[in-house]
Structures are given as structure tokens and as C-alpha cells.
Design a protein around this ligand. Structure first.
Ligand code: FES
Length: 181
């Protein structure tokens, strides 16, 4: 089976739950995002074909909901706070170390899909800056040395390099949205 065929099968599987109705747009987008870690133009076209939507409508829904962000993301997403207190606490040195150790710039994802590096706004740890999140884990009082150790730890985690199983379609999307309605 080609990658395209697999993608189409994944979309059809979720869409079948609503009889290929447009109401499954969000569950389908979530499934594709989870499994393929992003929603590219080809995926939007496949989704549009299967659900009878225009690709522009699929793109509009995908970009409207933050949790569906179609950009490809790594399995571990490093988000460094760039707000005022963290800025004053030395966020620039930490940012340089992160970019160097991860081998990517802010806004990028590593070629193997393991890591993304992004800026974040205040996460409420202003008295303990610089602060960052790695997925749901928060790290505070960062220094370049400390960051080097944290990155090393994540690089040693096997799950950074393993593709997870797709989520159960039945668990997705309680609030279906009609496209083109
Ligand atoms: S300014 Fe960085 S956590 Fe508040």
C-alpha cells in the first residue's frame, strides 16, 4: 500500500463513522494530525474528496482551530517563553543553546519528526524564568547548561523516534462541524 493509499484509508475509516458526512471533518482532521503529525495539502485534498468539501473549506477549519494546527510538529515540542520576565532572566542564551542542541531554529521541526522548537508567551512562571514547556512538562530557571542536559535527556528517549499508533477514531470529535454549511 502506498503512503497515499494509507492516508486515504485512514480518512475513509473515520469518515465512515458518519456515513462520509461532512460532520466528520474535525474527527478526520484530528486523526490525520495525530498520525501524520501535520495536515499537508495532499491530506486536505483527500479529506475534501472523501467528505465532498472544497479543500479551501478543509483548510479554513484546520487553521481556525489551534489544536488542529496543520503545521507538522515534532513528537516533543520545546516551547520557550519569550515574554518580558523571561527575556530579562536570560532567555536569549537559553534560546541559542536550544537551537544549537536540537539542530533547528525556532519555528522548525527536525527532519526525523522528533523535535519542534517554538516560542511561547507567558506561562505563569515569571518569577522562575526563563521557563519552557516540553509537551506538558514545564522547566524553570533555565540556563544554557541545564538546557543542554534536558535536550540530551529527550534525545535519549526512544519515543522521540517511534511513530505512535493512530488514535481510536471512536474517541475523537464530540462536536462535529459542518463544512460548507
Ligand atoms: S514571562 Fe516567562 S513565564 Fe511569565
Amino acid at each position: 500500500m502506498t503512503d497515499y493509499e494509507q492516508l486515504r484509508e485512514d480518512v475513509m475509516e473515520v469518515a465512515a463513522l458518519t456515513n462520509y458526512n461532512r460532520a466528520s471533518l474535525i474527527p478526520v482532521l484530528r486523526t490525520v494530525k495525530e498520525k501524520y503529525r501535520g495536515i499537508d495539502g495532499e491530506a486536505m485534498q483527500v479529506i475534501a474528496d472523501v467528505l465532498g468539501c472544497h479543500p479551501v473549506e478543509v483548510n479554513a477549519v484546520a487553521t481556525f482551530y489551534a489544536f488542529l494546527n496543520p503545521k507538522t510538529e515534532g513528537r516533543f515540542i520545546f516551547r520557550l517563553c519569550r515574554t518580558y520576565s523571561c527575556e530579562l532572566a536570560g532567555k536569549e542564551e537559553v534560546a541559542r543553546q536550544l537551537a544549537r542542541d536540537l539542530g533547528i531554529d525556532f519555528g522548525e521541526t527536525s527532519a526525523d519528526g522528533a523535535f519542534s522548537l517554538e516560542w511561547a508567551n507567558c506561562m505563569g512562571m515569571c518569577d522562575q524564568g526563563p521557563a519552557m514547556l516540553v509537551n506538558d512538562e514545564i522547566y524553570t530557571k533555565l540556563t544554557p547548561d541545564r538546557v543542554a542536559g534536558i535536550v540530551k535527556d529527550y534525545k535519549n528517549r526512544p519515543e522521540a523516534y517511534v511513530t505512535e499508533a493512530p488514535p481510536e477514531p471512536a474517541l475523537l470529535g464530540e462536536n462535529p462541524v459542518e463544512c460548507g454549511a
